[in-house]
Structure formats: C-alpha cells, structure tokens
Design a protein around this ligand. Structure first.
Ligand code: SAH
Length: 394
C-alpha cells in the first residue's frame, strides 16, 4: 500500500473527517490514478484510506477514516447497500430518486440516480472510476435493477484527468424512462438529457410551487430555465391558467409540451420560448407584461467560491428583472445551485435585487435540495442547492 505523507499541520481537515486532501497539503508520496493510498500525518500517524488522483487539485478523496477497514469489493458493496437502505426509509414522493450522492454517501465522486427500473451513474472521480466494475455489480445486487447506463461526461471528469464515457455498463435497450413524481408523469432520456437525465433535486420545490400557486391563486406563471418543465407541470397542477417556459434547449422545450399533454392539461395553457432568459425577461418588461409567479432556476453560475463575485452579479441581475416583471402580490421562487454561493450570500444577493427593484419582499419559505441528496455534517461543500420563495408585497 502506498503512503501519502502530509505537511505538518495539514492533517486538521481529515481529523474533522472532511474527505478531501488538496495537492498543496502533500509533502511526499504518489500513486496511480484511483489507487487506494494510506494518508498519514507528518509524524506518520494514520489519517485515512483514500483514492489518489494525480491530475486533480483534490489529490486524495477519502474512502474511510477507520484504519481497520479494507477498501475492497465488500467495502464498496457495504457503502452502496447503506445508501440504498437510507433511501428506502426516506419520504421520497417519486419513482425517480438519487441513490448515491457522492461524498455524502461515503462514495466520493459517484452519483447514481434511479428512474423506475433504470439506473444511471456518473463516475466523477479517479477512485470511483477505478472501482467501476465493482460499483456496477454492487448497484445491481443492491437494487435488483438489471440495467445501468453510464453518463460520465460531466466537466468534473476533466479535472480528474479522465476522458468522457457514456453508454451501457450493465444491460441494454431503450434509454427513455417515465417517472411518477408526486402525481405527475415525467419523462427523460438517460442518454440525451442533462446530467443523468433529470433534475431530481428540485422535486420538493416543485411541490412547493404547486401549493403556493394554489394558495395564492396565481394565474400567469413564468418558468425560467425550465429544462423539461417540471415546474411548469407543477404550476398547472396548482391551477395556473397559463404557464410560459423559457429555456435555451430546444429538445428540453419539446419535452415541456409533451409533459403538458401527458399530464392531461390543455395545450393552450402552455407556451414555450427557446431564448436566453435575460433577453426574454428584458423583452417581456418592454412589452409591459406581468406574471403572478416566476421561477428562476438557472444553471450553476459559480462552480466554486472563486467565481462567486461574477456569479453574484448575474444572480442579482436576473432577480432584479424578475421582481420588476412580477405583478404586485406575485411570487418569486429563486434558486442557486452554485456550490460557491452560500445560502447566506444568496439571500443577500436576492435582497439586494429586491431593494434595487423597489420591491418589499416577504420570505414565505426557504428551499433546499430534496432529502435523497443528503449533506453530511463534515462536508459543507455538498450543500449546493438553495432557494427562496418570496412574496412581492402589494
Ligand atoms: N428547473 C429545471 C432545471 C433547470 S437546469 C427542472 O426543474 O428540471 C438549467 C436550465 O437552464 C437548463 O435546461 C439549460 O438548458 C438552461 N439554460 C442555461 N443557460 C440558459 C440561458 N442563458 N437562457 C435560457 N436557458 C438557459
């Protein structure tokens, strides 16, 4: 077993069970991509077993802080079994769920989503890549699902020095799936969709939108960055007369319209716009339009804290435009999925936008990712999705 020796004083985060070791913390030792290493303090004391990644700034991701543990197929099967067992006890109102959420499930870099009988995995770290076959077998054994599609094409792979890979890992066949989320049927394609096909993390917030639309009697709803229209269907289910969905992906918008039909809503209640959201918001303001509820669920503007300042300006801009476009008494559901922007900072950004728009906003609800995307107490970086439901006071 190769050993990685840290600089004096750099053992602190591992002692607090934070799983990452950055390149600058390492005094000596190296290994192959994904190889299991023993991480030691400057005095040789055991700290963790981890996976080495020569290309990444996150040079080691810890598997375990228990010296007696062996990182083998049985270990992987235990961790996967634990993650699957946890989901079985969580209140998840869908047949689509996240089974493995990386670091939070003790499997750094590994994401696995389950869409009914179909599994889709993303191997985003050298360690997960190294154990790919073992992970695939363990997933099939733990779930009883026969088919597993790989979507290892996220940009994080580049940082790990790994090439993009997609395709069937186990089983074969069609890549389309239909899930039942709350009372709705939603479809996706694990091969063509974003990420593993669907944004499962917004499940509870879609239900929150449905309730708010119903409570406040919102008639015209604008869903910005709609993707395939999960929030659009939620707004219609809440009784909105009309939903406008805006996204820059034409295939996603086709699916919005398919979802409206699939869930039994009249086609006339749904309009889609293939457009840049900022351009759309500006044009709608110029036309003098108003909406009773607006959803803003943009892509990650700040992947890390280093991008936070530029991201803050972008978030502020879209929120400012949305506040102006809202009718008095209207609702804004505004989100950020940027790991580099904390919930506290996001709150300040949205408050600044309200102030500049001259809007008196009441926070109705603080929103976060669904419970199958858990965060551990030792890994705050895992907490990425945050949102606010705000009422524009009359
Ligand atoms: N709310 C969605 C998920 C949104 S993901 C859901 O619940 O499923 C972010 C979406 O923003 C993606 O669909 C992407 O195509 C879209 N997007 C990214 N940049 C955009 C832009 N500048 N204008 C419009 N849409 C954009």
């Amino acid at each position: 077993m190769k050993a990685i020796r840290l600089h004096e004083g750099r053992e602190r985060s591992l002692l607090k069970r934070h799983p990452w070791v950055f390149d600058g913390a390492i005094a000596r030792g190296r290994a192959d991509s994904g190889e299991t290493v023993r991480v030691e303090a400057a005095d040789g004391r055991f700290l963790a077993w981890g996976a080495y990644s020569p290309a990444s700034r996150i040079r080691v991701r810890s598997w375990s802080f228990d010296e007696a543990e062996r990182i083998d197929a049985a270990f992987i099967a235990r961790r996967i079994g634990r993650a699957v067992a946890l989901r079985a006890r969580l209140p998840i109102a869908s047949s689509g769920l996240r089974l493995v959420h990386g670091e939070a499930d003790g499997l750094p870099g590994l994401v696995v989503d389950r869409y009914g009988e179909l599994l889709c995995a993303q191997f985003g770290s050298a360690g997960a890549e190294r154990f790919k076959g073992t992970i695939a077998d363990a997933l099939l054994a733990a779930t009883g699902n026969p088919r597993l599609y790989e979507r290892s094409d996220a940009s994080v792979r580049e940082l790990e020095g790994l090439p993009p890979v997609t395709g069937w890992l186990r089983g074969e066949g069609g890549t389309e799936a239909t899930i039942e989320e709350h009372a709705w049927q939603l479809t996706l394609d694990v091969a063509q969709g974003h990420k593993t096909g669907f944004y499962l993390d917004q499940r509870d917030n879609r239900a929150a939108l449905m309730r708010l639309v119903r409570q406040f009697g919102s008639r015209r709803v604008l869903n910005c960055y709609s993707y395939t229209g999960g929030f659009s269907v939620a707004a219609l289910a809440g009784g909105a007369a009309e939903v406008v969905s805006v996204d820059s992906s034409a295939p996603a918008l086709e699916r919005v319209q398919a979802h409206v039909a699939l869930n039994g809503f009249e086609a006339a209640r749904s309009t889609v716009h293939d457009a840049d959201v900022v351009a759309f918001l500006k044009a709608a303001l110029e036309r003098g339009e108003h909406f009773d509820a607006i959803v803003l669920d943009p892509p990650k503007f700040a992947p890390t804290a280093a991008h936070a300042e530029r991201a803050a300006r972008a978030y502020k801009h879209i929120n400012l435009l949305a506040f102006r476009l809202l009718a008095p008494g209207g609702l804004l559901l505004s989100f950020s999925c940027s790991g580099g922007v904390s919930a506290d900072l996001f709150h300040k950004i949205v408050a600044g936008a309200a102030l500049d728009a001259g809007v008196d906003g009441a926070i109705l609800q603080r929103l976060e990712g669904a419970c199958d995307h858990p965060t551990t107490m030792t890994f705050p970086e895992g907490e990425y999705l945050k949102g606010l439901a705000i009422l524009k006071q009359v």
